[in-house]
Design a protein around this ligand. Structure first.
Ligand SMILES: NC(=O)C1=CN([C@@H]2O[C@H](COP(=O)(O)OP(=O)(O)OC[C@H]3O[C@@H](n4cnc5c(N)ncnc54)[C@H](O)[C@@H]3O)[C@@H](O)[C@H]2O)C=CC1
Ligand SMILES: O=C(O)[C@@H]1CCC=N1
Length: 272
């Protein structure tokens, strides 16, 4: 694997899972440095993975080839503005995972001319099953793109996007997407209980069904629509349930939900 030095600014959930993924894929912990005002979090990451920790954000970026900005969107402006002198000295590639923060803003706050990638990951990165969309500005070289892919593929899969605005669609689809599946799981567990199953039985059967369906859809080469047809015997039980979903305009509802999330992502980007 590459020997680039990676600096994580913010060492919370997302940074912790990416670091964990990199280490389990054999990345040299000496080449990972993290910075966070939460000293306890930092010490835990150091003890668990053997990575280096920095006393402040500027120290973290000094030797870095890639700076992963993993703080909340609300604090991104002060964090990057304060880092600008150190970033202009080191000229690393920036990878921001924050929702709604545009490349233009990152470019302004960081002093300009840096290669910048916007990345939209999702929480299944925590279990190595993440899905990320990536968009690079023109300053990013092919080698740097490969490096960014190496980092994000340590916790799942990634897809390159050819416009920055596609990040809003990715946010609506896979960024927020885990919550949609969790909502379906909650609803099925409740329905199972209403049908008289004990709560633990309804929960165990729902979760294993979700896992099994996701594995069939990802591990085979049969499309989701065909897998659905194979469960649906003519005149049988599934047909009754699917007809009920269709009569309730399930597909239109899903489209409206994603449209609303995409709209919100665009609004947040305008508030930088
Ligand atoms: N949670 C989700 O589903 C997704 C989150 N994201 C993005 O990932 C980013 C991080 O999210 P999480 O890891 O969930 O949040 P988190 O709250 O777990 O981590 C943020 C970390 O930043 C640290 N921090 C705060 N101020 C700092 C500063 N001045 N300098 C350095 N570190 C500082 C905090 O102490 C915290 O450990 C956010 O921008 C979010 O938009 C992206 C996709 C999905
Ligand atoms: O809900 C949000 O705004 C963030 C972005 C994607 C997932 N969580």
């Amino acid at each position: 694997m590459t020997t680039a030095t990676l600096a994580f600014i913010g060492a919370g959930n997302m940074a912790g899972s990416i670091i964990g993924g990199l280490i389990s894929n054999g990345y040299d912990p000496e080449r990972i440095i993290a910075s966070d005002p939460g000293l306890e979090t930092l010490q835990l990451l150091k003890a668990r993975f053997g990575i280096k920790i920095a006393e402040n954000n500027s120290d973290a970026v000094r030797e870095a080839d890639v700076v992963i900005l993993a703080v909340k969107p609300q604090v991104m402006k002060p964090v990057v503005t304060e880092l600008a002198p150190a970033l202009q000295d080191a000229m690393p590639m920036l990878v921001s995972i924050a929702a709604g923060i545009t490349i233009d803003s990152l470019n302004d706050w960081s002093g300009g001319n840096l290669p910048i990638i916007r990345c939209m990951p999702n929480t299944p990165a925590l279990v190595g099953c993440g899905a990320s969309g990536l968009y690079a500005n023109p300053q990013v070289s092919e080698a740097q793109k490969t490096l960014a892919e190496t980092v994000m593929n340590a916790v799942g899969i990634s897809q390159w996007l050819d416009s920055e605005s596609a990040i809003d669609a990715v946010t609506a689809l896979s960024g927020s997407g885990p919550a949609y599946f969790f909502l379906l799981m909650e609803s099925m567990i409740n329905a199972g209980k209403q049908l008289g199953l004990p709560p633990e039985t309804a929960t165990a059967l729902t979760l294993q069904t979700a896992l099994g369906a996701a594995r069939m859809a990802t591990e085979g080469d049969v499309e989701a629509a065909e897998l659905r047809r194979r469960v649906t015997s003519p005149g049988g039980t599934t047909e009754q349930a699917i007809n009920t979903f269709e009569q309730g305009e399930f597909r239109t509802l899903v489209q409206s939900a994603l449209d609303a999330a995409e709209r919100r992502s665009r609004e947040l980007a305008k508030q930088d």
